[in-house]
Design a binder for this molecule. Sequence first.
Ligand code: 16H
Length: 256
Amino acid sequence: NTNSNAISKVSAQKETAKHKSHRLSNEIERIVQDHLKYDRENVSDLWELIHHEGEMKVYRREVEENGIVVDPLKCFHTVKGVTGREICHYFFDPTYRMDWETTLDSTKVIETLDKDNPDTLIFFQLHKRVWPSAQRDSCFWSHIRCVSTGEEDQPLWIVVNYTTDHAQAPIKSPFVRLVANVALTCETQIIEPPLNPKDIKRENLLCKLTYVAFVNPGGWAPAAALRAIAKREYPKFLKRFTSYVIEQTRDQPILF
Ligand code: 16H
């Protein structure tokens, strides 16, 4: 099965970490390190809490660049019964994308950077049109990684989506290209750990999730409508996506 094959290939990097470098390696390294440094920091008072529901908190800063809304967004959430690796796997893997995405017309993988280690894919996506604005598309590399922390701790898992150019995805009017830098970072905690790690059950798992999004709409879009959409859609995404992961993993062995 292609999917479990991809899982084992990505996890193999935990042990070996000998990878071919490719044309995006340096950029990926820089962007991933930036996210690892800053994303999990708590928000300053410049951030406004726009949605609070249970464990989920969604913050944003209202920022415009040349009259275009580019509001940075930052979310914290805690999910019971799943690991960070599981959450990142379902976010990264295109197999499941259309099961949980509600704002896309289509998604397509146009390149796998290293076929021996498929931790970086290039996606071309068509976003649902937001009337009365032009329809948006996006082309971005998506990278999944496991980062070891201390000896005792569970590793962090991160997925970064970052805009890139691609010969197979030229910008064609009437579409407008979104520019994005998005990261999902997950940390697994074991609550009331049983004496034998083999006895860890899903009820012992807690996943601390951080999601940050810098999205530039790539051209003018009505500010008020855009902000209203973001306020509604990001919490909806977090709820729907995390419920989906819980549902998919419920009766599966735990993937650490
Ligand atoms: O992160 C999410 N989805 C990823 C997988 O599909 C893709 C995402 C991304 C987004 C844009 C560009 C590249 C990559 O990382 C979940 C996204 C949840 C979406 C919430 C709604 C966003 C509202 C702003 C849409 C901007 C288009 C409006 C134009 C007028």
